[in-house]
Design a protein around this ligand. Structure first.
Ligand code: F0G
Length: 432
């Protein structure tokens, strides 16, 4: 890395959240080698705090080439200060922060903004974690990388492994991955295993493969992934002139993003980038809501459910980052809520018809924002941001089903009309 990589200090290590043991940042285990607990990356605070750090990040915002042009590596001091020449970047990030009157009106809060992570190179926020994960894989000399996935992580892993020239193995639940995502994994050349089981089964298998077969595991178990995903928050805060919104609403499945957002916001406060914490609202599909169940009980216990939702990205019953995410919700005075599959489909139809478009899991954030406005938690004039995590083209089948096939047609269905090749037919349709 060039251009103000920080130099001095370089104090980054991995700390086990369960037993507290410390490990060097180049330790290749995806979990704690002592107790198999989840590892967390700890950075020494950057030498420049507050204003100076903001100014450093802002000065890089216009960089056009090299790693600092990435919306992840622009924040290298907060991500992986010692990555040096190992950085593997597409580049990624730099996603737009959008206003949409129809979407905001539908949720009941005119100040709602949309951060569209579907504008990443493979169409989801996973690229932000994967650029860091694959960079770390190269640093430790991994020969192969692997993940379990509901689809987007697989697409991102496949692409970044191809860029890096590493072998990639992706483990996905057969028949439960949206078409665009599976197509990407195949196209980018990952060895793709279709497991007869659900995502939670795939993750257990990937964990074992990481342990016994010597592949480097790049699920969000891996703490370097979360360091990359933190930059969704950093970039958002930067886009808002470091003025935090009141609420940040995001879809929640395996809980990696919820955990990463919590860590990013905590550090941003500690390092003087912002002076107060926004509140996080994690949204689950009603049929796959173990985290919401725990939240309602004050996080007294962890739950595992048999998941069923049309939003396949978040069809997860035993989220791995449960503890980290619970901390994120507690620390930010946040909430966890649920939405039905019908809510998700309606929200998606609204976002899509606004010309923005997103995949079903992303629409859960928008449906969740509406629920929280109706319940009076998000004020009507609050400044809030919903995170759109994936691109509309990820899941073309659900779009086609909603608009073409569903009986009776949903209120927002846009049925295509078949005609003979005659102008009168076009005219008839236009005047109808
Ligand atoms: N939105 C999309 C589009 C996703 O792909 C995912 C997770 C989430 C939201 C939930 O994020 O797991 O950090 O709580 N997809 C993972 C995958 C599980 O394998 O692609 P989370």
């Amino acid at each position: 890395m060039t251009g103000g990589g920080g130099g001095g200090g370089g104090g980054t290590r991995q700390v086990c959240a369960s037993c507290g043991s410390e490990h060097p940042e180049t330790d290749p285990h995806a979990r704690c080698p002592a107790c198999r607990g989840l590892l967390e990356i700890r950075h020494d605070p950057p030498p420049q705090g507050g204003n100076a750090l903001r100014a450093l990040f802002d000065a890089r915002a216009g960089v056009r080439r090299g790693p600092l042009a990435s919306g992840v590596w622009r924040f290298t001091e907060a991500v992986l200060p010692t990555a040096g020449q190992h950085v593997l970047s597409y580049p990624e990030g730099n996603t737009p922060l959008l206003t949409s009157a129809p979407v905001a009106a539908w949720t009941g809060t005119p100040g709602l903004l949309l951060k569209h992570e579907g504008h990443n190179p493979t169409g989801s926020f996973k690229d932000r974690g994967m650029t860091v994960g694959v960079t770390q894989a190269r640093r430790i000399g991994a020969r192969a990388v692997a993940c379990a996935s509901t689809g987007n992580t697989a697409a991102a892993l496949a692409a970044y492994a191809a860029l890096a020239g590493l072998r990639a193995l992706v483990i996905v639940p057969r028949g439960k991955v949206a078409f665009g995502k599976l197509a990407q994994a195949l196209a980018y050349g990952a060895r793709t295993l279709l497991v007869r089981g659900n995502f939670d089964d795939c993750l257990e298998l990937a964990d074992q493969a990481g342990e016994r077969l010597g592949v480097y595991l790049l699920n969000s178990v891996n703490p370097f992934r979360l360091e990359g995903q933190k930059t969704i928050m950093l970039e958002l805060l930067q886009q808002l002139g470091w003025e935090p919104p009141e609420w940040i609403v995001l879809p929640a499945g395996n809980l990696g993003n919820t955990a990463a957002f919590g860590k990013a916001l905590r550090e941003a406060c500690e390092w003087g980038l912002i002076d107060r914490l926004p509140r996080l609202a994690a949204v689950q599909a009603e049929g796959a809501a173990p985290f919401a169940l725990s939240f309602r009980e004050g996080f007294a216990q962890r739950h595992r459910v048999e998941p069923h939702t049309i939003a396949t990205a978040i069809n997860i019953g035993n989220p791995v980052s449960y503890d980290r995410a619970a901390r994120a919700i507690r620390d930010t005075n946040g909430v966890v809520t649920t939405v039905t599959d019908d809510d998700i489909l309606e929200a998606k139809a609204v976002v899509d018809a606004a010309g923005i478009g997103c995949e079903p899991a992303s629409a859960a954030a928008v449906a969740g924002a509406r629920r929280l406005v109706r319940e009076g938690l998000i004020g009507r004039d609050a400044r809030s941001v919903a995170i759109l995590t994936g691109h509309v083209l990820k899941d073309p089948e659900i779009v086609s089903h909603y608009h073409r096939d569903r009986e009776p047609p949903p209120a927002r269905a846009n049925r295509p009309i078949e005609i003979d090749a005659r102008l009168e037919e076009v005219e008839r349709v236009m005047n109808a």
